[in-house]
Design a binder for this molecule. Structure first.
Ligand code: URA
Length: 437
């Protein structure tokens, strides 16, 4: 029998009383939780104490290190290319990884994009790609390395060996109202990214109704904490703070978002998706030591080079890049009730609608519908007339329409032409709000 060095109750009490945890206490509690010696109910209490009382920079760094030490570390140092990765804190219509990974790989940088599935109102990258017939998310470490060397870009499921302590803790936080805590989010994300072994990392920290962080100061604090954790671990890390009050692009849902991503790779697509893809690519290339300007990056979308890499990336994982994607069995159109200018379209409400239509899951084990989701026909700033379609709802199970429509109640506003609200909405707000390095 192993002798335990600490008592979980003492650790919980210390954090409950606002004290800083010592390094050995943190190492022990994370390890003992992974081993099952600290129970879920004890870790729930500790997570709530951390949620309420926070952690110092030293504590977060140690907590992150302990989560990394709970599992394996990947090593990409044998590759002939430098590596760069991107992580988004999650938003509605956020399909950026799909065009971004092949785009960056086109410039000779390897992109190991180890991703997850969606939970709640934000979609998961793997769920989107699984809308492509034949595409396989699970790769071994050897397959990942071989594809990085050959194609340059891999989007696959993060293996269970990376930061297993986080896997267990994240599932617990999800059901104990302790997700929205800066130290817990920062250590969760960065433990996986540092264990993954990328050389450079660009964080897309979302701000607004569709994001974890609803305000700019909160998002800045999260970005600062993550950038410091990455930098201290030797990963060149920067963060862009980007608006998530409105959905990104015109689609939220798995196959719908793949189609929109392919439009971007074909040199078209919605302006906001292209702008963010290009901005993140420029940052990743700079971090990887292969700097390229915005015009050079846009050129790789326009001339088909990024599309070629996309096709090879999908095919390497068994997918057919030319396959017809699933189409929903049923659709319903939501129309505008009045004339004027659309001044607001709430990202969170659209995310919940897509989720209720079947694009997302309520529990980890739930299946998702490839074809379900929301297709937008107007964005804030657009002139609309009464009766004009605002969005189309897609699902295979029409009994879901009613709940989806309920989530859209009050989700948009229209101002009469010529009013100050209409004029303000017609001037597009900034998509990239800040940069933290
Ligand atoms: N994504 C993660 O991986 N962890 C969090 O805590 C939040 C978002």
């Amino acid at each position: 029998m192993t002798t335990e060095h600490f008592d979980a109750v003492d650790v919980i009490r210390a954090k409950r009383d606002g004290l800083a945890l010592s390094g050995p206490q943190i190492d022990w509690v994370v390890d003992a939780y992974t081993r099952g010696v600290v129970t879920d109910y004890q870790m729930s209490a500790l997570a709530m104490a951390i949620y309420l009382n926070g952690m110092s920079r030293t504590e977060v760094a140690r907590w992150t290190g302990a989560m990394i030490a709970s599992g394996e570390r990947l090593d990409f140092s044998g590759l002939s290319r430098p590596t760069a990765d991107k992580h988004s804190t999650g938003g509605v219509g956020d399909k950026i990884t799909l065009p971004l990974a092949p785009l960056v790989a086109t410039f000779g940088v390897a992109v190991p994009q180890l991703s997850g599935r969606g939970l709640g109102h934000t979609g998961g990258t793997l769920d989107k790609l699984e809308a492509i017939p034949g595409w396989r998310a699970a790769l071994s470490n050897d397959e990942t390395l071989a594809q990085l060397e050959d194609v340059g870009a891999v989007i696959c499921a993060a293996g269970s060996g990376l930061a297993p302590a986080d896997r267990k803790l994240y599932a617990l936080r999800d059901v104990t109202a302790t997700v929205e805590s800066v130290p817990l989010i920062a250590s969760s994300i960065m433990s996986k990214k540092i264990a993954e072994g990328t050389g450079a990392l660009v964080l897309d920290v979302k701000v607004g109704s569709g994001a974890f962080m609803k305000s700019l100061p909160q998002a800045r604090e999260l970005a600062r904490t993550m950038v410091d954790l990455g930098t201290d671990a030797g990963v060149r890390t920067v963060a862009l703070l980007t608006d998530m009050s409105v959905p990104l692009g015109l689609t939220a849902g798995n196959a719908l978002e793949v189609t929109e991503s392919v439009e971007v790779l074909a040199g078209g697509g919605p302006t906001d998706v292209v702008e963010l893809t290009v901005a993140l690519a420029v940052e990743m290339l700079a971090g990887a030591g292969r700097p390229a300007g915005e015009d050079e990056v846009r050129a790789a979308l326009a001339d088909g080079r990024a599309m070629d890499t996309w096709r090879r990336m999908i095919a390497a994982q068994g997918g057919d890049p030319d396959a017809k994607l699933a189409v929903a069995k049923e659709t319903e159109t939501v129309v505008a009730g009045e004339d004027g200018v659309l001044t607001r379209l709430d990202a969170y409400a659209v995310g919940v609608a897509a989720w209720r239509l079947g694009a997302g899951r309520a529990r980890k084990e739930d299946p998702v519908q490839a074809a379900a989701g929301v297709q937008l026909h107007a964005k804030p700033g657009d002139r609309i007339t009464a009766g004009q379609p605002l969005m189309t709802l897609h699902t295979d199970t029409p009994e879901r329409f009613e709940r989806a429509r309920q989530s859209l109640d009050g989700a948009w506003e229209v101002a009469p032409d010529g009013t100050s609200e209409a004029t303000a909405a017609a001037t597009p707000g900034k998509l990239i709000l800040d940069r933290v390095a």
